[in-house]
Design a protein around this ligand. Structure first.
Ligand code: FES
Length: 108
């Protein structure tokens, strides 16, 4: 397990998503009611950033074709997306957000 700092907690407001380019592939970090989650940033349906989408009740909506994913599990919640997102372990320590990129796994 190799957690790396990706941003500060204050960088991601509640109900918002942030694109992070620290790793080989961009990830998106989400603040859902104060809980932090991380997934791959690229939509599994096309080449589009999910961090630019709409986050509501823990579901991110892609703004290209309106596919939806659960940011906790990576599960598809609405078509046309059909493949789940890769999700990453997150830790929040002292106002800083850390992600273990290598431990990412494909969601449900
Ligand atoms: Fe995201 Fe099509 S690119 S739903």
């Amino acid at each position: 397990m190799a957690f790396e700092k990706v941003c500060n907690l204050e960088d991601v407001s509640e109900g918002e998503a942030l694109q992070i380019e620290t790793f080989e592939e961009a990830i998106a970090v989400y603040n859902v009611g104060g809980q932090i989650f991380a997934t791959q940033d690229r939509c599994t349906h096309g080449d589009w950033s999910l961090a630019d989408g709409f986050l509501e009740d823990g579901v991110i909506e892609c703004t290209l074709h309106w596919g939806k994913f659960c940011v906790r599990t990576g599960k598809v919640k609405a078509p046309p997306a059909c493949d789940p997102l890769t999700i990453y372990p997150v830790e929040v320590r002292g106002g800083e957000i850390f992600v273990d990129y290598e431990a990412g796994k494909v969601g449900e």
